[in-house]
Design a protein around this ligand. Structure first.
Ligand code: SF4
Length: 363
């Protein structure tokens, strides 16, 4: 590829960025690596509008990395509740502790040390290194793959290691080393607002005259992915066991979705089961507790990136007080229930049952 083609791409992209109205993002006005890191972790799987209130809540609760490192895990998880991909919160907390112990509380300045932090991959490391320290590491994410694949007409699969290497090399060559943060921000914004996945604005694109896919009508085809994502179906049959004081919650300890969040004791199936079969299984499992079976809820659904979750809630009541702990479950009193970090599908059920109230409302 001609050097001039790359130079044209970079300079056109940078002048496009200069003409754009800056979106109001609180983390853009700072060079504080802690705040940039926090915003980048939040934005890894989350839209800006959804992430903004979480960022503000975290900064208010933990103004410095020391505050975050010293916070109890429950507080971090609770603040993260509703944002999904909970490993991000656990990694954030672990990385804050690591910075306190290994870097004397000073956020690392070198790319390799940033990349070594838990939860920080090549994309996030490049973003932090360039935004906080102007180090010239090019970001490569879904937006960048799309822009480069379309503009340069690249047919290599973006989910193959060969393709990814090709895109990484090209992205680094395109970067303006003297304007690392501006360049990275520009290509991300361009992918998010101009060369969008579904409907790119090709007619008003400053790069259209040299864009290979626009010229050859391949915009809809690129970028190419090798594998189609197959989603797994999971059915959770939750046991909601209540007495007059509260109900049992179970902490999800396994390496799985929602690790360290709370839901209920349950049985899981890869197939939808007949309600009568599940009810009998549940009664068998719970026979040592003296319970009255009240009924089963309608299905609650939650779609995750790799899984479709369907949850049913089987409700049981005990006229006597149930013990504080039963197997791995612990009794949560009604007043304490809102302090637990819960998956959204569980929160929705508890809200429907008026067992908790929405944040900001009194219960
Ligand atoms: S012309 Fe269309 S496909 Fe090409 S870079 Fe611009 S927006 Fe993207």
């Amino acid at each position: 590829m001609q050097k001039s083609a790359k130079t044209y791409f970079t300079s056109t992209l940078l002048s496009w960025a200069e003409q754009q109205e800056q979106r109001d993002m609180p983390w853009k006005a700072t060079k504080d690596p802690y705040k940039i890191w926090l915003s980048e972790i939040i934005l890894q799987q989350t839209r800006v509008e959804q992430g903004r209130p979480y960022y503000l809540k975290f900064i208010a609760a933990f103004p410095t990395i020391k505050d975050l490192a010293e916070a109890p895990e429950e507080q971090v998880m609770k603040l993260w509740q509703g944002l999904g991909y909970y490993s991000r919160a656990r990694n954030l907390h672990a990385a804050a502790k690591h910075v306190m112990e290994e870097h004397l509380g000073v956020f690392p300045k070198e790319h390799k040390d940033i990349l070594a932090l838990k939860g920080v991959g090549p994309y996030t490391a490049a973003a932090i290194a360039s935004f906080a320290y102007e180090l010239s590491y090019a970001v490569v994410d879904g937006n960048v793959y799309r822009v480069l694949a379309r503009y340069f007409g690249i047919h290599s699969a973006i989910d193959s290691s060969k393709g990814q290497k090709e895109f990484r090399v090209l992205a680094q060559e395109l970067m303006d080393e003297n304007q690392a943060s501006k360049y990275n921000q520009a290509i991300m914004d361009f992918g998010a607002t101009q060369c969008k996945p579904g409907l790119p604005h090709c007619e008003i694109c400053p790069l259209s005259s040299a864009c290979v896919s626009y010229d050859t009508d391949l915009v809809k085809l690129l970028p190419i992915k090798e594998k189609k994502l197959k989603k797994k179906n999971r059915y959770f049959y939750y046991f909601v066991i209540r007495d007059a004081e509260g109900l049992y919650l179970a902490k999800r300890e396994k390496k799985d979705i929602w690790q360290h969040l709370y839901d209920f004791p349950s049985i899981e199936s890869a197939q939808l089961k007949e309600p009568s079969i599940v009810i009998n299984e549940a009664k068998e499992k719970l026979r040592e507790l003296e319970l009255e079976y009240l009924g089963i809820s309608d299905p609650y659904k939650q779609v995750l990136s790799h899984q479709n979750i369907t949850a049913y809630y089987l409700e049981f009541e005990s006229s006597k007080n149930i013990p504080d702990n039963w197997k791995s479950a612990e009794k949560a009193t009604k007043t304490k229930l809102k302090k637990y970090a819960l998956p959204r599908i569980v929160e929705r059920y508890l809200l429907d049952k008026s067992l908790i109230s929405k944040e900001g409302e009194s219960s």
